[in-house]
Design a protein around this ligand. Structure first.
Ligand code: ADP
Length: 473
């Protein structure tokens, strides 16, 4: 099968979160299964662009309302990611340093989607499936079905939407409807949700199949989906959950070049200690105390706003028997607060405010526990990386965290689970973590070596997507 993944992120080209990890890995595993999976994404000005060789494969012209733009599609020459990678270049719109966060993001992603459909429309043959990821590519299922230029050739290509995060929906005011390529106007309802053009809702309506990145997340969306609850209920019949995997080529403590000491299940204790000592040295922490880390976007969904209070209270309540390290960026006020705490809790807590892929790897390897108190967690990759690196995940019982982490009090449990995103639940769990670290060496050591062998690779999930596409032919 030939599968076209269309997305805003793809690791290592451009990544802001889990979406990038998934789009950088799933196609590779689908190719390994013998299919031809390709990725098409915007051409941002990232390091990857400058450090690789490209060939021009297509040039075209589009109108967008009163505007007019040229676009080109370039392809990475060596297939180094394990799949064909195509970047869409639109001068002045896409070629920027950041992926998101510009005032004209609406125009940027509209132009991108329109260019992708135009390019596919010019192909000699048709791919077997177009797989869209999140709202940035959510108008494509509508465009191929109902836009006048595309529908004759593209409407019969199956489309799949994967919802990585339904909080963000890409809302566009109806005053901008003329920026879309001309469409059957009586189909306007397929774009609309609550009097707004809603790209995510449109994709849920128009895609042939909808998947979410865990089963529990699909259940939760029926009750809480930032306004789309009724839609997820209505479209239940074509929806299913497929758990993300992790790229075990990238996330492997035996070969990871971003950590100080590589290790396997046999050497886990010594290996982790070396990495922990490096972290402790860099951040002024004590390697003899349990180290609890947080890695992620500093936003409400991740309950990052609870961190300052929860960390201060845990340090006081547990008499400084524990260390904390935070890596993240997001809400500027929270960034400031977490940064200021570095002085206040010198020796017990530290943070790196920003984005650092190498530090994240070192933290998965060198921490003893990884805290994820998320309010919403569609799948969550961090806990799976933690498991693979022998780091005990401390997670709230929600979404993909519920589906991947069992509590150490249960049969063969490998993590610490709690029910509420609250300071109390976090500090209580910190107590359990300290107890495990200090008083239960046998259990702790069994948990570490066992969790590292749990298979969260893409093999089975990549096949589940293939089966889903096959059901559409
Ligand atoms: P989300 O996509 O909601 O942010 P996921 O758990 O699915 O959450 O994926 C998060 C990914 O982003 C992981 O690979 C994590 O290591 C990475 N990440 C998040 N914040 C940072 C950061 N500040 N520095 C480095 N990596 C980060």
């Amino acid at each position: 099968m030939e599968i076209i993944h269309v997305a805003a992120e793809c690791y290592p080209v451009a990544k802001a979160g889990g979406l990038g990890d998934v789009v950088g890995a799933l196609p590779k595993y689908q190719c390994e299964l013998g299919h031809v999976a390709k990725v098409v994404m915007p051409m941002y000005r990232t390091k990857f662009l400058y450090n690789n060789d490209w060939e021009l494969v297509h040039e075209g012209t589009r109108t967008m309302g009163p505007h007019f733009f040229n676009y080109s599609v370039i392809k990475e020459k060596t297939n180094k990611l394990g799949f064909d990678l195509y970047l869409v270049d639109i001068n002045g719109l896409l070629d920027r340093e950041k992926i998101y966060g510009y005032d004209d993001d609406t125009e940027r992603f509209l132009a991108f989607q329109s260019a992708v459909c135009d390019w596919l429309n010019k192909w000699q043959h048709k791919p077997d499936v177009i797989h869209c990821h999140d709202h940035h590519t959510g108008l494509i299922p509508f465009m191929v079905k109902y836009c006048l230029e595309f529908k004759d050739r593209l409407a019969d290509i199956p489309t799949v939407l994967t919802v990585h995060n339904a909080q963000y929906q890409g809302w566009i005011g109806w005053d901008k409807h003329n920026l879309l390529p001309a469409f059957d106007s009586w189909k306007w309802g397929m774009l609309d949700w609550n009097n707004t053009i809603n790209p995510l809702a449109s994709a849920v309506k128009c895609a042939w199949k909808v998947t979410t990145v865990s089963n529990s997340y699909l259940d939760e969306l029926r009750g809480a989906a930032n306004g789309l609850e009724n839609l997820f209920n209505y479209e239940q019949g074509k929806s299913s959950g497929i758990l993300n995997g992790i790229d075990t080529h990238v996330w492997n403590p035996e070969t990871d070049s971003m950590i100080i000491k590589n290790y396997d299940t046999e050497l886990v204790e010594k290996g982790k200690l070396k990495n922990k000592k490096e972290l402790a040295g860099q951040f002024g922490l004590d390697p003899d105390k349990p180290l609890i880390s947080f890695i992620g976007r500093l936003v409400g969904e991740k309950a990052a706003d609870l961190l300052p209070e929860a960390i201060s209270q845990a340090i006081y309540q547990h008499h400084g028997k524990v260390n904390f390290l935070v890596l993240g960026s997001g809400d500027p006020e929270l960034e400031d607060r977490l940064d200021q705490m570095n002085h206040q809790f010198n020796g017990y807590y530290n943070s790196y405010i920003g984005y650092s892929e190498p530090l994240s790897h070192l933290m998965y390897a060198g921490s003893d526990f990884l805290l994820m108190p998320s309010r919403v967690e569609p799948c969550g990759l961090n806990q799976m990386y933690a498991l693979r690196y022998g780091t005990v995940p401390m997670v709230r019982n929600v979404g993909g965290l519920r589906d991947t982490v069992s509590d150490m009090g249960d049969w063969q449990g490998v993590g610490i689970r709690f029910d509420q995103a609250s300071v109390w639940d976090i500090t209580y769990s910190v107590g359990r973590a300290i107890d495990l670290y200090q008083n239960k060496p046998d259990l702790y050591s069994w948990m570490r070596s066992h969790m590292m062998t749990i298979d969260h690779s893409w093999d089975s999930s990549a096949q589940q997507y293939i089966d889903l596409y096959a059901s559409l032919r």
